[in-house]
Every structure is written in C-alpha cells, then in structure tokens.
Design a protein around this ligand. Sequence first.
Ligand SMILES: O=c1[nH]cnc2c1ncn2[C@H]1C[C@H](O)[C@@H](CO)O1
Ligand SMILES: [Zn+2]
Length: 358
Amino acid sequence: MVAISYEDIVKVPKALLHDHLDGGLRPATIVELAAEVGHELPTTDAEALGRWFVDAANSGSLERYLETFAHTVAVMQTAPALRRVARECALDLATDGVVYAEVRFAPEQHLEQDLTLDEVVDAVVTGFREGSALAAEAGHPIRVGTLLTAMRHAARSQEIAELAVRHRDTGVVGFDIAGAEAGFPPTRHLDAFEYLQRENFHFTIHAGEAFGLPSIWQAIQWCGADRLGHGVRIVDDITPGNPPVLGRLAAYVRDKRIPLELCPSSNVQTGAAASIADHPIGLLRDLRFRVTVNTDNRLMSGTSMSREMALLVDAFGYGWKELQWFTINAMKSAFIPFDERLRIIDEVIKPAYAKVIG
Ligand SMILES: O=c1[nH]cnc2c1ncn2[C@H]1C[C@H](O)[C@@H](CO)O1
Ligand SMILES: [Zn+2]
C-alpha cells in the first residue's frame, strides 16, 4: 500500500472542532498589526516569529505555553484587527481542505481598547463570514462556527455564556472554558453551565489536559459538557492489558459517545504526551472512543489539520478509512444542527473519501 502523503491529505475534506482564533494568526499579520499598535514582539521577522512561537510553546507546561498568547491577544484589540484575523483564519483553514470548523476565542480578552463584548463577537463573526465567502470563490467552501470561551481563572463565565446565547442565530454555535486547568476546576462555572443547559445550548470544556480524571468527571457529571476539550487523560482510567480494562468514568465516556477533541501536537508541547507515537490517541481509537483530531493552536504548534493527520499516519500507519472515521466522528459531534451535519457527511465527506478509498 502506498503511504498517504501530506499533499494527499490536504485534498480531502476535514472537520475541525478545536482551534483557537488567537492561536492561529499568520506570523506576518502579527508583525503588521503589532507595528500599527506599537506592541513589542520578540522579533519582527515573520519567519523567525513563527519559529519563536513554536519554540516558546515547547515548554512542557501548559502555563508557560499559554504565556505566548500575550503577543497574539495584544494585536487583537480593535474591530478591524479581529475581523482580519478571523477572515484569514477561515481562508487558511479552507485552503488546508477543512470544510467544517469550530473556532473558539475568549471575548473578555479583547476589551483592552474600547470594544464591548458584543462588538468583539460581531467583528469576529463578520471576519469568518468574509473569509468563508472568499474561500468559496477560490473553490474551497468552508462552514465556520464560532465558540465563545470564558477564561477559567476569571469570573465572567455567566456573562460570556449569555453573550453566546445572544449571538446563537448569527454564527455562535457553542461555549467553552479554557486557560490553566490545575486549581481552576470547571465547577467554579457551574452557574454558567446550568444556564446554558436551560437554554438548550451546546458547550465543551477544556478538561483532562494538564489535570486528570477529577477534571473530566466534573466536566461531564457536574457541568454536563457535550464534549471534552482534549480529555486525553481519560487514559488514566484505563488499565493496560489484553484487553485493556476501562474504569467507570472511561466506560461512561465511551458508552455515551462523548467526543474527545484530541490535539496531538499541542499535547506533546505541554507535556501531556511524550511524543506523537506515545499519544493515547492510538489506544483510544483502538478502543473506539469518539475520537476527533484537532489543531488546538496552529501558530504555537506550527501545524495544520492536514499536518496533524499526516503525523498520525506516520506514527500509527493509519489509512484513508481511519482518516474518514476521524472526520465523520468530528462532523457527528459538531454543534450545528443535525440536518446540516448530515448534509456535510453525505454530500461532502463520504463522496470524497470513497474516491480515495477506491
Ligand atoms: O490547550 C489549551 N488549554 C487551555 N487553554 C488554552 C489552550 N489553548 C489555548 N488556550 C487559551 C489561551 C487563549 O487565549 C484562550 C482563548 O482562545 O484559550
Ligand atoms: Zn484548546
């Protein structure tokens, strides 16, 4: 069998559920926007800046990895800057062959000048719409949904949850919490999650990345998360063996088909996995958890959706069937309505993979 190349993977449709807007800027855009606002960068050479982000994020600690966002958030403080970054994000994802993406960001981090929360969301959603239109013209149709993130160390989750619900008919499809995990359990934001449930809205929670099972358990059993952002530490509840034995929480996650938004390169950088080959995605896929493949932060990982898949092909020998399975898993787990998900699976994903599977 001929190995699948990165270039082949770019050509097939992919679905991405976990990508941060402020973790995916083009280095050249950061340089330009920083010059406009007088923000000092580690270097003003775009190529060197791209390398700087990856090196700085290769820290082995989530907290240090998150420090790099100071430079992206600093240049995303005006409506035109947010709109541009969102437009370029949609274009870059579409050019990489992503046909469906949920992109998240934290509106509360973009209030340093005089924008309101609603203006921040409007600017980003407009940028995604413009980028998607440009991508469609260029022959790369993409549907981008926005997720609003609240920072878990802060105390604005209820406000951000209400903001998300307010914009649910104009592009916002879900809610999330992110930021340093240790010391900031999801139950701190229980009011927000209960509010979202009463509103029949969707949410995912970053859990089981830098902190283990208690965080995953709270996210699901206390907060009612629809999906787990990362969730990779669910392996701590699986005893190796032949066959491996699932504890009660791991069994629950698998039985209920709770989607895991796994982000291989990001996990290697923050120390959640030793290498791609050692990443629990191999085991979790073999055990048929609802596994999805994601980028997390394309800038900090120097990656793309196609590159993440290519790394998995190299490490685990996956073929087109597995790549299709990841893609359909993601599409089934998306926060847009069922009929739209089905349309993308039946009309876009399955026909394209049928051609390459043969
Ligand atoms: O992988 C992550 N874990 C926790 N927080 C994260 C991760 N990637 C990005 N963030 C944070 C930093 C961003 O500023 C924020 C909103 O996108 O979310
Ligand atoms: Zn993330």
